[in-house]
Design a protein around this ligand. Structure first.
Ligand SMILES: [Ca+2]
Ligand SMILES: [Ca+2]
Ligand SMILES: [Ca+2]
Ligand SMILES: [Ca+2]
Ligand SMILES: [Zn+2]
Length: 583
């Protein structure tokens, strides 16, 4: 009987808990809120169910905490297998707190699949390319960002416990949610020698004191206590291994760059992702979505890597300038030069080891959360100079808190509340909450995801579209013919980047003549003067590449009669064949 009652209770519990676990995710997806990780999984499953012919959903591997790392491939099998087309890689949320990347990539999938067969441009794009989309790279990070107390900037790490302060203890003292509201806010204490005073315009805000002025507040840092009693507060939290510093290209140890991990691909999730992408040898273009700053970054990530070759820079500039127009306020920038140096990031992995054209989008602009009439002059930001000021360019805390009050109904900011702290005594806790500062308010999310997805789509339309023509078959002697071919590319991105060619990263495109004996063959540099750079050995096989918005021509001297086949094979621009008749 007891057992039966137990079972009944268990069933009742299950019946009660199931609807709560069941996520109401259906296609089309919604972009008026952020999907927690279980809903991201549900969204991918829903897309896969709604569009089975065009999508493949697969587990790339497991994260450091054992969660599935999922990728969706969008490909129309009727127009060929993925590797026969230019591939476009898109990921998001590699930093656990930067969750919009998940929404942008889900929106991209939802849009592409929803418009297939309806919108001509999208249909044509999907028919000639293939998309590899990884909405959440840092699945543990996204899970914990929602589940745990965090600040807008915390929980970026991959889940590899790390002794940051080298005291022999691991992750022993992270921030603590002292007031239990699910946010890690700031602590402040009354202090006549403090560097801040109450903002006369809004008593919730503080402004720095000027020289000679009496102070009022000291900011004690993030909410927390000294968990290990070593006299330091919050000195060793979760991680830190930065998932965007742990990649295998141009990696440097933590003493050179904080958070790079003990060795490259220390994160099993990142290693699995690198192995998975390495098999996608057609990846021609890559986008990776971060948050904060309104930036469209390209490499190099470090000055010493050297500027990319000029033809590649021209492509980056062309696409980057257009992206600026699709995303008003975003700046197209060079990573090391205009932001900061990084080692072992995923962008350089894409660019240098895959030979792709890679961009990082730092989405969200603080100035989008303004509260200002058209004739009102923007106030200078109160932030001290440095990166934080740069990120909040053109907007003050006063603006932001009015945005919070009038457009987010106070959801973004916690008013200061007294708290008895074991070390500091009487303090106050308050400030910007987890879902503020780097994340668009939900009502603005749709605009953000749409514009960023359109940027991916514009650049995706520019993956190489190569056509092959046999432009001439001319008898030049007994059984001897001059055959000319032209490979032309109507899009901006070349069939192989100049960087990949320079570093000999993978085999170049191959142009091959079969069906007759090829006596000579080479690049036709000038068809009128007949300037040909003949290849000495194996003239029937030419190694080549097709520039963006350009062409490359070849000339062959062929002996024989009847049909010949000209075939072209490129990792990034697909396969083509043409036949011609020697007569
Ligand atoms: Ca420690
Ligand atoms: Ca740690
Ligand atoms: Ca401590
Ligand atoms: Ca602590
Ligand atoms: Zn980031």
């Amino acid at each position: 009987m007891k057992k039966i009652i137990g079972l009944a209770i268990l069933l009742a519990l299950l019946a009660f808990s199931l609807p709560a676990q069941k996520t109401d995710v259906s296609v089309p997806l919604r972009f008026d809120h952020y999907y927690p990780l279980d809903q991201v999984y549900a969204a991918l499953t829903a897309l896969n169910k709604a569009y089975p012919a065009l999508t493949t959903l697969e587990e790339v591997g497991k994260s450091d905490e054992g969660r599935p790392l999922m990728a969706m491939t969008v490909n129309n099998p009727k127009t060929g297998a993925p590797l026969t087309k230019p591939g476009i890689y898109v990921d998001g949320n590699i930093h656990g707190n930067e969750i919009q990347g998940g929404e942008i990539t889900l929106y991209l999938l939802d849009y592409l699949l929803g418009e297939y067969g309806k919108n001509e441009e999208i249909t044509a794009l999907i028919d000639r390319t293939c998309f590899y989309v990884v909405p959440v790279v840092n699945v543990d990070g996204r899970y914990h960002f929602f589940a745990d107390a965090n600040s807008p900037g915390s929980n970026r790490s991959v889940r590899i416990p790390t002794d940051d302060d080298h005291d022999g203890l691991i992750d022993e003292d992270g921030p603590d949610d002292l007031d239990g509201d699910g946010n890690i806010c700031l602590m402040r204490k009354k202090d006549p020698f403090g560097r801040y005073k109450t903002d006369p315009e809004d008593p919730r805000l503080m402004i720095p004191v000027k020289p000679g002025e009496k102070g009022e507040w000291t900011i004690l840092g993030e909410e927390g206590i000294d968990n290990d009693g070593d006299g330091k507060i919050n000195e060793d939290g979760e991680g830190y291994v930065d998932p965007n510093r742990n990649w295998g290209f141009d990696w440097a140890p933590p003493y050179v760059q904080m958070g790079s991990g003990e060795y490259p691909f220390r994160s099993v999730g990142l290693k699995a992702l690198a192995e998975w992408t390495a098999k996608k040898t057609n990846i021609t273009l890559g986008w990776t979505f971060h948050n904060n700053g309104g930036m469209l970054l390209r490499g190099p990530s470090r000055k010493a890597l050297g500027e990319y070759p000029a033809p590649d820079v021209a492509v980056y500039d062309y696409l980057g300038k257009q992206a600026e127009r699709i995303l008003p306020g975003y700046k197209y920038m060079i990573s090391w030069k205009d932001l900061y140096t990084t080692y072992g990031d995923s962008l350089e992995w894409l660019t240098d080891t895959m030979g792709a054209f890679g961009y990082v989008a730092e989405v969200f602009q603080t100035q989008s959360e303004s509260f200002r009439g058209v004739s009102e002059k923007p106030e200078a930001p109160a932030a001290e100079p440095g990166l934080a000021a740069m990120m909040s360019e053109g907007i003050s805390e006063r603006d932001r808190i009015k945005f919070n009050d009038n457009l987010a109904m106070g959801e973004l900011y916690k008013p200061w509340k007294p708290f008895k702290h074991p070390t500091y005594g009487d303090i106050e806790i308050g400030g910007w909450v987890k879902m503020s500062s780097r994340l668009s308010a939900p009502f603005m999310l749709k605009d953000l995801v749409h514009r960023n997805a359109m940027t991916v789509i514009f650049t995706a339309k520019n993956v190489p579209l190569v056509s092959l023509e046999v432009t001439e078959v001319k008898p030049v002697g007994k059984n001897l013919y001059r055959v000319r071919t032209r490979l032309s590319n109507s899009k901006a991105i070349p069939s192989m980047s100049a960087l990949a060619q320079k570093n000999n990263v993978y085999p170049k495109d191959m142009l091959k003549v079969t069906g007759a004996k090829v006596l000579a063959g080479g690049i036709l540099n000038d068809p009128y003067l007949e300037l040909v750079a003949y290849k000495k050995y194996k003239p029937e096989l030419q190694f080549t590449s097709v520039p963006g918005f350009g062409k490359v021509e070849h000339q062959f001297l062929v002996e024989g009669n009847g049909p010949i086949t000209v075939s072209y094979e490129s990792r990034h621009a697909g396969k083509l064949t043409k036949t011609a008749e020697l007569k």
